[in-house]
Design a protein around this ligand. Structure first.
Ligand code: CTP
Length: 404
């Protein structure tokens, strides 16, 4: 099933390192090629000899004793051998990723071979944190994990359970079966959108009342960015038009930053024509101020203000009215009568699918990493459980691939 796939596994020094023997076996059994890198402290927890026998490759530990085979790897562009492994791999997973290794990756420290290889890697990198309950709850570790996620590293969430310290709590590395399943799913979907051109809108828009003041909404752009990330992972060529958000660029995705509804409208109009799929998840302001002055309004000028607003153009509706050889998916944010209202928008805006969500539902809405949505077409409704926004993105794309 994973024939021809190249897996790079990095092991740092935590007790869960012994479980990686199973992870290596699962990949080998499914036909993948595996190379293992260990940090010098990881060898205290599991033998490189075992991992070498299981992976059928020499295990790399030392920075300064180059392994000849790494120079000869397919795709090797350079004799700098730490770079070659990141070019060779389809996916790089670090498991267990200790607090120390996570902190160092987050700060670009490269004082062992594993850290050097991860900083140079071009392939997607998954991190499976493993540490004691108090260490993972420490704001320093939490911030490191959050920051790594923002850089585009993918976190395989640790679990609650028995820990090496004898305590029970958070920080137990996800089981090797689970890590394998996540990576298998990632690799098998890898190129199913190759050749597809996708446009995604994300984030809020801001509408200026004067030179410095504006109105906006609470959208953080996470949902749209995760859709773009998922589509990019699956081989699509993705253009992301986004309002102002605090999210990092996604490697491989063409990002266009806009501020106002009008800017977003202009960018969508000039980018939608050659697309196969358009997904609009932006929280566009529905009303925009009329007659904003060019300067800052001084408080001495008036005691009260009345601003006049006009309806913003409905970008999704505009595209729906011009739908030709592409599929169009919209979102519906509903606090009441979710399904009924979303269905009305599906029809009115001439969509192929609408994704409804309710910001009042636990774990859903603005700023969360998860969402609970319904995928609604004219034929059926699929109600999904609470999922990560990345998984919601994949579910939307899976459904698109099944559309006629
Ligand atoms: N949308 C858009 N342009 C707008 C407003 C909304 O493209 N000016 C898109 C959103 O990106 C989303 C869909 O329309 O995909 C539905 O947005 P939503 O805010 O749920 O609904 P509205 O159509 O704005 O209607 P209402 O606010 O009355 O629910």
């Amino acid at each position: 099933m994973l024939e021809g796939k190249k897996i790079l596994i990095g092991i740092s020094g935590g007790i869960a390192a012994y479980k990686i023997c199973y992870l290596v076996r699962y990949f080998i059994r499914h036909g993948a090629e595996v190379k293992v890198i260990m940090t010098p402290s990881a060898v205290n927890f599991v033998s490189p000899v075992t991992l070498s026998a299981l992976s059928k490759n020499e295990v790399i530990i030392n920075m300064f004793s180059p392994h000849e085979d790494v120079f000869k790897l397919e795709k090797a562009e350079t004799k700098t051998w730490h770079v070659n492994l990141g070019l060779w791999a389809d996916v790089f997973v670090i498991a267990p990723a200790t607090a120390n290794t996570l902190a160092k990756i987050n700060h670009g420290i490269c004082d062992n071979f594993l850290l050097t290889a991860v900083l140079a890697a071009r392939c997607p990198v998954f991190l499976a944190p493993a540490m004691d309950d108090d260490m993972i709850k420490n704001p320093v570790s939490k911030n490191n994990i959050k920051s790594l996620q923002e850089y585009g590293y993918r976190i395989i969430e640790p679990e609650y359970g028995e820990l090496a310290s004898g305590l029970t709590g958070e920080g137990r590395m996800a089981e090797p079966e689970k890590i394998f399943e996540i990576l298998k799913e990632f690799l098998t979907r890898r190129n199913d959108l190759k050749g597809k051109k996708i446009l995604v809108t994300a984030g809020p828009t801001v509408e200026f009342l004067d030179r410095v003041r504006f109105i906006t909404n609470s959208s953080t752009g996470k949902m749209g960015f995760e859709i773009a990330r998922a589509a990019n992972d699956r081989g699509a060529s993705v253009t992301l038009v986004t309002g102002p958000v605090g999210l990092s660029d996604i490697q491989g995705v063409k990002r266009i930053n806009v501020k106002t509804a009008d800017d977003m409208f202009k960018e969508v109009k000039s980018n939608y024509k050659n697309k196969d799929l358009i997904i609009m998840s932006a929280a566009v302001e529905d009303f925009v101020p009329v007659n904003t002055g060019s300067g800052k309004i001084k408080k001495e000028e008036k005691d009260t203000f009345i601003f006049e607003f006009k309806r913003a153009v409905d970008i999704l509706q505009y595209i729906g009215e011009r739908k030709k050889n592409f599929k169009l998916i919209g979102f519906a944010l509903e606090t009441n009568n979710e399904i009924e209202n979303a269905r009305a928008k599906l029809k009115k805006k001439n969509l192929d699918m609408i994704v409804s969500n309710n910001p009042d539902s636990d774990g859903s809405g603005f700023g969360t990493d998860t969402n609970k949505v319904n995928l609604i077409t004219s034929k059926n409704i699929e109600s999904l459980p609470l999922m990560s926004k990345y998984d919601v993105g994949n579910a939307i794309l899976d459904k698109y691939l099944k559309m006629k």
